[in-house]
Ligand binder design. Structure first.
Ligand SMILES: Nc1ncnc2c1ncn2[C@@H]1O[C@H](COP(=O)(O)OP(=O)(O)OP(=O)(O)O)[C@@H](O)[C@H]1O
Ligand SMILES: [Mg+2]
Length: 423
């Protein structure tokens, strides 16, 4: 049948390897998650299936619809990228499906929509979550039957368009709020393509940085900037909320602003805003900073322990407020029923996380507020023990190779040495 032919024709087109695709589309990175996404794109290209690309803002979603189009049998026909969030609600139907002359004020001529122009080709619907609900109904119809009607017309037209959509928002939440049709979501999401955030492909950060520094050196006719070892480590362990786009912007700023071409950690730190989880003040050790006033690197596990530790402490304080400092424990009369309910919920939530992480600091600290200080020490003790245990087993796993152990723990070798010395 039709789809079978397309697949057969398409299979011949999958001649490009993942590496060739990277070269052609100037994609930097070697992480397995990135390679996997490219491989899915090249395989699905040969079919007419709809693809929904998801991933945080700035992860590099935009190149994928092009990979799919260029590796498909449709590559000699139109490719149209539509930013659904940028078109006013009043005109989006007309843009996508066209309109008849006189169908609304200002419609002086009949106009073809993208679905008509791209017949035989591919339409990329970027920010698809922004589509208004009535447009979603029209889109579902064209996806299911290939049929659509221009605004102001009653004549049914046919088209053969392949849809690739992308979003950086949580579509499940949108559906829950009634802002996105579930039937359309499942129709679009025939093949999900997930683009990983930069923090899950840390190994690509130095590669991307080097590419960007060399691009900006060319652009601004300056020697490329270089990083000290500590600075590179800081870059690799940063949270990168804005992903590759943010890394690119930071690299450009540093390339232009810094006179000295070797950049140290202290300088890098001034370009990294505090939106990173690793810079929440509560998460640092009391000393707060390592050399040069730069925060010590913490592994994700360490961060979680510290968040839990802070949460537990906050809960004890809250209990003091809700029960009153003289209260003798949970069973004594609470000040307010609502407060107790919230406390109990908070308590249960923290407990769930602790259980999931297999730590049990909650065992001793729940009841007597008078003993808060002693209890704090106990929690700290438990967390420190846990940290020591993780460090010991990781170093053992790597047969004493501290460099490898530090890498796995997500901390610098220097931090690891200090922690072992502190034991
Ligand atoms: N692997 C990569 N190699 C080189 N540059 C990349 C890579 N991935 C992304 N970029 C660059 O990062 C920037 C952001 O990518 P892109 O515009 O595709 O993000 P996005 O996922 O569409 O984000 P948003 O959801 O905000 O639209 C672009 O300048 C892009 O060229
Ligand atoms: Mg985008």
């Amino acid at each position: 049948m039709h789809l079978g032919n397309t697949i057969r024709r398409g299979y011949k087109l999958i001649s490009m390897t993942v590496q060739e695709i990277k070269n052609r589309f100037r994609i930097i990175g070697n992480s397995p998650l990135l390679d996997r996404a490219i491989d899915v794109a090249r395989q699905v290209a040969a079919t007419d299936l709809s693809v929904l690309i998801t991933g945080e803002s700035g992860t590099g979603k935009e190149v994928f619809p092009q990979i799919i189009h260029q590796s498909s049998a449709r590559k000699h026909n139109h490719y149209i990228a539509v930013n659904c969030g940028a078109i006013p609600e009043g005109t989006i139907d007309s843009e996508l499906f066209g309109h008849e002359k006189g169908s609304f004020t200002g419609a002086h001529d009949t106009r073809k929509g993208y679905f008509e122009v791209a017949d035989g080709g591919t339409i990329f619907l970027d920010e698809v979550g922004e589509l208004p609900l009535p447009t979603q109904v029209r889109l579902l119809r064209v996806l299911e039957t290939g049929e659509y009607i221009r605004v102001g017309s009653s004549k049914v037209l046919k088209t053969n368009v392949r849809i690739v959509a992308a979003t950086n928002v949580n579509m499940l939440l949108l559906m829950e709020k009634g802002r996105f049709r579930e039937d359309l979501y499942y129709r679009l999401n025939t093949v999900p393509l997930i683009i990983p955030p930069l923090r899950e492909r840390k190994e690509d950060i130095p590669l991307l940085f080097r590419r960007f520094t060399s691009d900006f050196a060319d652009k601004y006719h300056m020697p490329p900037i270089k990083l000290t070892h500590d600075a590179e480590e800081m870059l690799v362990n940063y949270y990168w909320k804005g992903n590759i786009r943010q890394l690119k912007n930071v690299t450009e700023q540093i390339s232009v602003i810094e006179k000295k071409r070797e950049i140290d950690a202290k300088t890098i730190a001034t370009y990294l805003p505090d939106n990173s989880i690793s810079t929440l003040p509560a998460l640092f050790r009391p000393s707060g900073a390592g050399e040069n006033g730069i925060p010590n690197e913490l592994s994700e596990k360490e961060l979680l322990y510290k968040i839990l530790f802070e949460l537990r402490k906050d809960m004890i304080d809250l209990k003091s407020i809700v029960y009153g400092f003289l209260d003798k424990g949970e069973n004594a009369g609470p000040v307010s029923g609502g407060g107790t309910r919230i406390l109990n919920k908070l308590d249960t939530d923290i407990h769930k996380v602790e259980t999931a992480m297999q730590i049990h600091p909650a065992k001793h600290i729940d009841v007597q507020i008078q003993e808060n200080h002693a209890k704090d020490a106990e929690i700290g003790q438990t967390l420190d023990d846990k940290e020591r245990e993780i460090i010991r087993t990781t170093v053992e796993k790597h047969h004493g190779n501290k460099k490898a152990a530090a890498k796995e723990l997500g901390i610098s070798e220097r931090t690891l040495f200090r922690k072992i010395k502190d034991e």
